[in-house]
Design a protein around this ligand. Sequence first.
Ligand SMILES: Nc1ncnc2c1ncn2[C@@H]1O[C@H](COP(=O)(O)OP(=O)(O)OP(=O)(O)O)[C@@H](O)[C@H]1O
Ligand SMILES: [Mg+2]
Length: 260
Amino acid sequence: MTLPARLEVSGIEKRFVEDGRTVDVLQDIAIEARAGEFVSVIGPSGCGKSTLFNIIAGLEAADTGTVRVDGAAANGHVEAFAYMPQQDLLFPWRRVLDNTTLGLEIQGVPREEARARAGALFARFGLDGFERAYPHTLSGGMRQRAALLRTVVQERPILLLDEPFGALDALTRMEMQEWLAGMSTEFGWTVLLVTHDVREAVLLSDRVVVLSPRPASVAATIDVPLPRPRRLDDFAAPAFVAVETAVMRALRAGIRSGHA
Ligand SMILES: Nc1ncnc2c1ncn2[C@@H]1O[C@H](COP(=O)(O)OP(=O)(O)OP(=O)(O)O)[C@@H](O)[C@H]1O
Ligand SMILES: [Mg+2]
């Protein structure tokens, strides 16, 4: 695996102008993830989280601000990031294995090598034996793991995950959260994750960045000073409750003072 990298995002501003109407989306956003850290970004719907990820991944330009990877300017350099967008669909006509090689194929990796690299991860992603299956024969959780596998196998230094579990039922979602907690710790990934779910953010992260309603600014950055990986059972512990409460308060304070 590629060594994880440090990500520094600072001073990001973004507004969209459509039909003469200006929509301010991001205001002076700063986020840091050191190598191997897991950082969650949480904020109200429509505040600008996906826009921020598009900017970090180099798919959209910021009006101002910088994105640095291991200290070097990365604006527009997509090579540093493996990005799982909010709607990350598997192609129904491709077998699961051939879905998971898509990112590598786009990078120009020959098909057989791509298949070998993706296939080697199937067991760890709970997809063993489903290489030749079509996506519609998988459960929702399995499809999300396949989409994650496609992202992870690209071996980019930083993972950007935009609400990877948003579409799952509550039980599957909990299983997936614990699974990702274990995987991210084991592999030492640098991860930036968007979520609406306070518990998910606290379970997975070293740090939670709370955004205000649009135009989003950083309302609070809250450390989670507990060893990883964590389990959902740990949630009764006073330290967890304290962090969860702090994140919830910051979210609600942002909404009360908000502009939305
Ligand atoms: N290409 C675009 N052109 C114009 N406006 C846009 C564009 N992309 C996003 N916006 C606007 O920017 C704002 C933020 O959108 P964004 O998708 O980043 O929010 P989000 O926080 O990811 O929301 P959700 O939690 O619902 O996924 C919205 O008001 C949206 O309408
Ligand atoms: Mg979004």
